[in-house]
Design a protein around this ligand. Sequence first.
Ligand code: URA
Length: 187
Amino acid sequence: MKSLEEINKYWHKANKCEIKKTATRPVFGDGNSKSKIIFIGEAPGKEEDLSGKPFVGRSGKFLSEMLSLIKLKREDVYITNTVKYRPPNNRDPKPEEIKECMNWLFEEINFINPELIVFLGRHSLNIFFPKEKISESHGKLLHKNLEGVNTKNFLALYHPAAALYNVGMKETLIKDFKKIPKILEKL
Ligand code: URA
C-alpha cells in the first residue's frame, strides 16, 4: 500500500488543473492519519496557500474552536480539501477542477479509512451527494455505498467561513457540530 506522502506526490504530479499553475504550492491533507473522522473543506485560501496547510486562516481558527467544544484538537482528526490548490482570488473551485482532484481525494479517504466523513460546505457534499442541498441536509447523518469509497457514513455541515458572518448559520453549525461525538459513538 502507498503511504500518504506517496499518494500526494503521485496525484500532485499527475494533476492537470489550471489552479495548480497559479497556486503557490499544493495544500495536502493534514492531521491524524488514523482518525475515525475526516473533515473535507472546499479549497485552500490565501493563508493555506502560503503555509501549505489546510484550515489555518480564520475558518481554521473557528474549526479548531468547534473541535475543542467536543474535546478534540485538530491534531486528533484529519482535515483536507476538495481541491488541493488555491483558486485565484478565492473563487469557487470549478466543476472540472473538483473532478480533476476527485480520485486524489478518494485515495486519501481510503487511506485514512474513517468511520465518518464530515463535509464542510456544499462543494464536498455535492461530490458525494450531487442532489443534496446543504440548507436541507446539514446536521443529518447520511449513508451511501459509493463505488471506490469504503466509508459509508457522512455528515454535512455549513462551511465555517460562511457561518463566520451569519449569526444564525453559526449557531446552527455549532449545534450540528456538537452531534459528532454521539454519531461516532453509535457507528
Ligand atoms: N476554507 C476551506 O475550505 N479550506 C481551507 O483549507 C481553508 C479555508
